[in-house]
Design a protein around this ligand. Sequence first.
Ligand SMILES: C[S@@+](CC[C@H](N)C(=O)[O-])C[C@H]1O[C@@H](n2cnc3c(N)ncnc32)[C@H](O)[C@@H]1O
Length: 214
Amino acid sequence: MDPEGPLRKDGRIFTRDKGDGKPVYGENLLEHDGFIYREWIPWRSKLGALFKKREDVPGLYGNILYLGAAQGTTVSHISDLLDDGIIYAVEFSPVAFRKLVAIAKNRKNIVPILADAFHPERYRAMVPVVDIIYQDVSQKDQVGMFAKNATMFLKKGGSGFLMLKARSVDVTARPEDIFNIASKELKKEGFEVEAVEDLSPFQVDHAAILVTLP
Ligand SMILES: C[S@@+](CC[C@H](N)C(=O)[O-])C[C@H]1O[C@@H](n2cnc3c(N)ncnc32)[C@H](O)[C@@H]1O
């Protein structure tokens, strides 16, 4: 893990670029101490929103299974922060995947995987046991997907970041109720829920549920 985490400057956050020094998704660049940093925009990334809201985000280290990588916006910032380890980035939309592959070409620590994360057995041969699972998919059964992947890949003592979109689970229910139900389901699946952080105003109706596997 980068011991410094993201750089915090004038109320904004940045990661030190490990790519080709160009913006990945239109973000601003900053030169600082002889390095190029990329601004992490909290309206574009739930993990960016979490870092904006909390100073004590659990460390990102080791091997990471990332479910719902899309075009690689958040993946690129995790790639900047990782000292060692690999991000196994799963995405099932071929259009988003093409952009993800282009980003991975400029970096040494991203393995893009075109697959449906509801079927972890299909990428079992490509992914080792991991230290962290990060999930951000707008789907109905987000806890089910997370638990399935954790059973197959997450090591004991590992941690999870479940970015939950309340409206994908139930458009009619109050987001706080959805977050509570999801936390209870995660406990039933054997996880310890360490924190539930509402990501508004950056990501409305979304929460980050942080868990560990005892
Ligand atoms: C909200 S976007 C992710 C944004 C991304 N995590 C970021 O911050 O840069 C959700 C992504 O999950 C993907 N997705 C949804 N269901 C999936 C599934 N079953 N397997 C793999 N990817 C899935 C969608 O195609 C979409 O790209």
